[in-house]
Ligand binder design. Structure first.
Ligand code: PEP
Ligand code: MN
Length: 350
C-alpha cells in the first residue's frame, strides 16, 4: 500500500530567528510536514563564505519547532556539535555528506551519542562509496542508536551533468536491499542544486519506493545566505508535494500480477542470454590475447576501439535505444577485455 512520505523541510541555513520562525510557520500553514530542518554549522567548500550562525541558532531552531509543534533537526559534524545540539534539545541529528566520508569524525559523533536516545540521519558520503555509507551506519548503530534513517543526497562528480550531485540511484537501491528496515529519505535539493529539478527528482524517489523527502525551503529563497538557487518557498513546496504521485508498492490487481510475472520471466531469459553471449565474447577476447602475445603485439588498438564504439552506437540508434547506455556498457566490457588480455600477456611471458 502507498503511504505518505516523511517530509523534512526548512532552510539550508538558519540566518536569523525571524527567518527561521517565519519559514516554519509558513511551512505548517501550507504543508503537513513531519520535521523542521536548518543548518547551524555549514560545511562550505571554500572559506570566507557564510559558515552558519553557530550555537545561537540552536535556540531559534528549537523555538521555531515549539511554536509550530514540529520536531527539529540539524547537522552535526563533531562531538562539540552533538553536545550543544543535545543541550538545546534538538530532536533529530543528521550527519552531513562531507562528514560521512571521514570515519574518524563519524566515530567521534557516535562516541558522543553513546547512551543517548535520539534519532540520527546519515547522509551518503560525497563520493559514491556504499561501504563508507554502511560503515557510518554501523558506527552509529554500535553506539546504541536505534532510530537510524539515511539521506540520499547524490554524489560529487567531475563530469558534466544537469545535477549538482549525481543521484546514482543504484547506490541507495543497493543499500535498501541490504538494510530493508532503514528508511531512506531523498534530498532532491542537494541532488538537483536548482529549484526546477526538485519535482522530478522527488517523483523519481517516490517511484523507487523511498520513504521520505528532505527539501530546503526559505521565505525569500533568492536572498538565502547559502544554496539560494535550490531553495523554494513553503508555498512552492505545497505545489511540489501536491503534484507528487504516490504509487502503490504492493500489486493488488491479479491480472496485472500475472502480466508482470510473464514479462519478468522474459527478462530473466534475456538476461541469461546476454550473460552467455558475454561469456562467448570473452572466450574470443582470450583467443585474440594469445595471438597478440605470441606475436608481441600491443593490447590496445585505439583505432579499432573507436570504430567499435561508433558502429555499436549506430546500431543502438537504429534500434531506438540509448547510445550513451551502449557506450557505457561497451566501456565496461572493454575494461574486462583488457584485463583478460593483460593476464594472458603476463602469464605467457613468464
Ligand atoms: C545541507 O543539508 O544543507 C547540507 C550541507 O547537505 P550535504 O551534507 O548533503 O551537502
Ligand atoms: Mn544546503
Amino acid at each position: 500500500m502507498s503511504k505518505k512520505p516523511y517530509i523534512i523541510s526548512g532552510p539550508c541555513s538558519a540566518e536569523t530567528e525571524e527567518q527561521l520562525i517565519e519559514t516554519a510557520k509558513q511551512l505548517v500553514k501550507y504543508n503537513s510536514i513531519d520535521c523542521l530542518r536548518a543548518g547551524i554549522w555549514k560545511p562550505r567548500t571554500r572559506p570566507n563564505s557564510f559558515e552558519g550562525v553557530g550555537e545561537i541558532g540552536l535556540k531559534w531552531l528549537k523555538t521555531a519547532g515549539v511554536e509550530t509543534n514540529l520536531p527539529v533537526t540539524t547537522e552535526v559534524a563533531n562531538a562539540k556539535h552533538v553536545e550543544l545540539a543535545l543541550k538545546n534539545e534538538i530532536d533529530v541529528l543528521w550527519i552531513g555528506a562531507r562528514t560521512t566520508t571521514n570515519p574518524f569524525s563519524v566515530q567521534e559523533i557516535a562516541d558522543a551519542l553513546k547512551g543517548v536516545d535520539i534519532s540520527v540521519m546519515i547522509k551518503n558520503p560525497i563520493n559514491p562509496d556504499l561501504q563508507l555509507w554502511i560503515g557510518a551506519i554501523e558506527r552509529v548503530y554500535q553506539a546504541g542508536i536505534k532510530n537510524v534513517k539515511v539521506i540520499h543526497r547524490g554524489f560529487s562528480s567531475y563530469e558534466n551533468s544537469p545535477f549538482r550531485n549525481n543521484p546514482k540511484w543504484e547506490i541507495p537501491i543497493e543499500l535498501k536491499s541490504l538494510f530493508p528496515n532503514i528508511p531512506i529519505i531523498c534530498d532532491p535539493s542537494h541532488i538537483g542544486g536548482k529549484r526546477n529539478l526538485i519535482e522530478t527528482i522527488s517523483q523519481k524517489a517516490m517511484d523507487l519506493e523511498m520513504d521520505g523527502l528532505m527539501i530546503e525551503s526559505h521565505i525569500f529563497p533568492n536572498d538565502a545566505w547559502s544554496d539560494a538557487e535550490q531553495q523554494i518557498t513553503p508555498k512552492e513546496l505545497q505545489k511540489v508535494l501536491s503534484r507528487l504521485i504516490i504509487r502503490q508498492t504492493a500489486i493488488q490487481n491479479e491480472d496485472l500480477k500475472d502480466k508482470l510475472s510473464e514479462l519478468r520471466t522474459q527478462i530473466d531469459i534475456i538476461d541469461e542470454e546476454i550473460i552467455s553471449q558475454l561469456a562467448r565474447r570473452m572466450d574470443i577476447v582470450a583467443k585474440i590475447g594469445s595471438h597478440k602475445s605470441n606475436n608481441n603485439v600491443t593490447i590496445l588498438q585505439a583505432k579499432r576501439w573507436e570504430n567499435i564504439i561508433l558502429n555499436r552506437k549506430n546500431i543502438a540508434k537504429s534500434l531506438g535505444i540509448s547510445e550513451g547506455m551502449i557506450e557505457s556498457i561497451l566501456k565496461t566490457i572493454h575494461e574486462e577485455s583488457i584485463n583478460i588480455q593483460t593476464r594472458i600477456l603476463n602469464n605467457e611471458k613468464h
